[in-house]
Design a protein around this ligand. Structure first.
Ligand code: IVH
Length: 717
């Protein structure tokens, strides 16, 4: 193939970058690492510098745009610029030389800080009160994510001491590695696709439309910069003049500490190029001990006056640069590609690697995600591959070292491998995943172990080992066969004595009376994890109602304030997005699954929600009423308050509207309280709430258990 012309290459790079921008900013599911992405961008920038005639005022040369549907748009008082970046010491030194010239200073005074690998955010505080949080968006206008940022417990919502009338404080929202791993472990259990790294999970989480869901995933924040700072100019749109209260970033950093706002752990003031470089190297040694993920150092002029002197382009300031630390990578041999079969029959390719040391651990396996990923990267067995830890956590195969490819290698044929292994699989339309058409023995074992697990029907002693012997002995094919097992059968198995056989049979019998959510989780609908099963049980109340549901019972068209139809959909059942809804409908439409359900019914399993509010517990003051909980209550956590409301027959919503009956407000209640006041909704505190709980005589009327409130919730991932 002949080499592309610069123009061809530029066109190709633009298309690729635009595709990756979309994956990164709008879907939070990147296919390449940040490092690879930066390389594409740098290549494009270099080519354009050499061929300025090919420059185009297009979108792909500007930083991406994170704005998404479903959020109010807010204009930043001062634009949110991005940073120019480099991976190279020489380029960094050139930056300092440019700054020296621009500011006519041979030893510019810089601050050096970590570059946090999170999601950029701009917070507005008015007279010390937190009023708004907005994403970068396109730099000029972003999404209002206030309700989600309110869930960040470590962010003070009130600043004390000397505070400006109005200030935009810039920073990053991030997720700790521990929280990322916790959420991915849960998703792995539910066989949901895993998130690539903490940054993407944080990006997806700030864009959830249900703040309750955001609160269930712990986000953190770190602040480092000023957008706008000054008096509110009512008729004069503010122009984002540099901070009047502060002369330099170092002063602002001290103010952040005084206000108890979370800020960077490493903040070094230095003069000139050598000291700045030294600080970057010191930071690299320390950064793994920080609470937040870091992917570089940011070097900025300290003085705001000097910053103004240096100026900015429309995208980057001339007074700052990000020095990015190249991620640790290692080369190793890909011994083989194996296929892993999940509980629901999903087939995941796995790279079996020659063990290699990478960022402190030995890596011998890495997920290859799906068949498309293998062909996109043309990964072949026997290849020498480059592995990297995505977000420094999960190992990934970045690329193949093509010039070391063995001559005899052939492209990996996913479909052929399936045939070779005797796996009868199909690709689910609209999904990247291949699934087995009929259950394999391995899948049967997993399905049975899942059915009996703690998070499902909680059948004591039915672990993977027992599940395996039951399947291998052909006593059980599907979990419904458990209910016709006999003691005579069990005692023939190696693992069983008289007593253990009895115990298992008792546990199986007891499982018939489990709560409905356990059964919904146990039957193994793809994409339905424990939490979704709980939400479904609460909403549908019987398995038959769930089985008979149509798409519109899960999702409905978005309707605007004036009743007009909007683009997009919202959930009818909290936590159920389009993908989950489709998955449930597909599952129940399979005659084999219907038969399975009938066999469970015949075995006597409980098909309805037994956690229904008992008549005696229904509280007339609360039943049927919609509550919104905001702020920190003196003694109850939000979850406890929610449980009490729901147990008394009320419902809890995440947002205040005219339909809200009560706002239960605690300390530092923010915009929801203001909205409630505007709409004239009754506001109660915890004491009044407790009075309602105790006072109102419970009625003997039969009122169904509270339904989960319907919140807009598009499928983001
Ligand atoms: S200063 C005018 N400082 O990285 C730009 N940015 O890739 C001022 N970031 O847009 C930004 N840590 O979202 C600054 N300590 C830090 C940072 C930081 C992370 C983000 C920020 C910026 C992006 C550029």
């Amino acid at each position: 193939m002949k080499n592309p012309t610069p123009s061809e290459r530029i066109t190709r790079l633009r298309t690729e970058i635009a595709r990756h921008d979309k994956l990164y900013y709008n879907k939070a599911t990147p296919e390449i690492t940040d490092y690879e992405y930066d390389l594409l961008r740098n290549e494009l920038a270099d080519l354009i510098a050499r061929h300025p005639e090919l420059a185009q005022a297009g979108t792909t040369e500007t930083p991406g745009d994170d704005r998404t549907e479903g959020f109010a748009k807010v204009r930043h008082l001062s634009p949110m610029l991005s940073l120019d970046n480099t991976y190279n010491e020489d380029e960094f030194r050139n930056f300092v030389t440019r700054v020296e010239k621009l500011t006519a200073n041979s030893q510019p005074h810089f601050v050096v800080e970590p570059k946090i690998d999170g999601v950029a955010v701009s917070l507005t505080y008015e007279n010390g009160k937190f009023v708004r949080a907005v994403t970068r968006g396109n730099g000029t206008e972003g999404d209002d994510i206030t309700r989600n940022v309110e869930t960040i417990v470590s962010l003070p919502k009130t600043l004390t001491g000397e505070v400006p009338e109005k200030i935009e404080i810039r920073g990053e929202i991030y997720m700790t590695n521990a929280e990322f791993l916790r959420i991915n472990a849960e998703r792995e259990k539910a066989e949901l696709p895993l998130y690539a790294n903490p940054r993407n999970l944080a990006a997806g989480t700030v864009k959830l439309l249900d703040p309750r869901e955001t609160a269930a995933r712990k986000l953190e924040i770190v602040l480092y910069g000023i957008g706008f700072n000054g008096p509110v100019m009512r008729n004069n749109p503010p122009r984002g003049e540099p901070a009047s209260m502060f002369g330099a970033l170092s002063q602002f950093h001290s103010a952040l500490l005084r206000w108890k706002l979370p800020t960077v752990e490493f903040f070094r003031e230095v003069d000139g190029s050598d000291a700045a470089w030294q600080a970057i190297c010191d930071l690299d040694k320390l950064r793994r001990t920080f609470a937040y993920p870091t992917d570089g150092a940011v070097v900025k002029l300290d003085s705001f006056a000097a910053q103004s002197h240096a100026g900015s382009t429309s995208k980057f300031p001339h007074w700052a640069i990000a020095f990015k630390f190249a991620p640790e990578q290692a080369e190793t041999r890909l011994r083989a590609i194996t296929l892993q079969i999940g509980r629901t029959g999903a087939i995941t390719p796995v790279a079996e690697l020659e063990p290699v040391e990478l960022a402190g651990t030995t890596v011998s396996r890495a997920t290859l995600h799906n068949a498309d990923e293998i062909s996109r990267k043309d990964i072949r067995e026997g290849d020498l591959v480059v592995v990297e830890k995505a977000g420094e956590i999960i190992p990934q195969v970045v690329r193949v070292v093509l010039d070391k490819r063995p001559a005899e290698s052939t492209a990996f044929d996913f479909a052929a491998r399936l045939t070779e292994l005797g796996l009868d699989a199909e690709r689910v339309p609209g999904e990247a995943v291949w699934r087995l058409k009929k259950p394999s023995r391995e899948q049967q074992i997993r399905a049975l172990a899942h059915f009996g697990s703690k998070q499902c029907l909680d059948i004591e002693n039915l672990g993977p080992a027992i599940a395996e012997s039951l399947i291998n002995a052909d006593f059980v094919k599907t979990p419904s066969d458990l209910y016709s097992l006999t003691k005579e059968q069990l005692v023939t198995l190696e693992k069983f004595g008289d007593k253990s056989a009895d115990n298992l049979l008792v546990a199986i019998e007891a499982s018939k009376n489990g709560e409905l959510w356990r059964l919904i989780h146990a039957i193994g609908i793809p994409n339905v994890g424990m939490q979704t099963a709980k939400d479904l049980a609460r909403h549908f109340k019987t398995l038959d109602a769930l089985a008979g549901a149509t798409y519109s019972d899960f999702r409905r068209k978005l309707v605007g304030k004036k009743g007009q139809e909007l683009k997009g959909e919202e959930s009818v059942v909290s936590g159920v997005g389009g993908v989950v809804a489709e998955s449930i409908l597909t599952w129940f439409s399979d005659p084999a699954h219907r038969e399975f359900v009938e066999r469970l019914r015949a075995a006597g399993l409980n098909f309805s929600d037994t956690t229904e509010t008992s008549d005696a517990a229904v509280n007339e003051a609360i039943a049927g009423k919609t509550f919104v909980i905001t702020g920190t209550l003196p003694t109850l956590s939000r979850d406890e308050a929610r449980d009490k409301i729901e147990a008394a027959g009320g419902r809890v919503s995440g947002s205040v509207s005219k339909k809200t009956d009560f706002v239960l407000a605690g300390e530092e209640a923010g915009s929801k309280l203001t909205k409630a006041q505007e709409l004239g909704v009754t506001i109660i505190d915890e004491a009044e709430f407790r009075k309602m709980l105790n006072d109102a005589k419970t009625s003997s009327k039969s009122v169904g258990k509270a339904e989960v409130t319907h919140l807009a919730q598009p499928e983001l991932f």
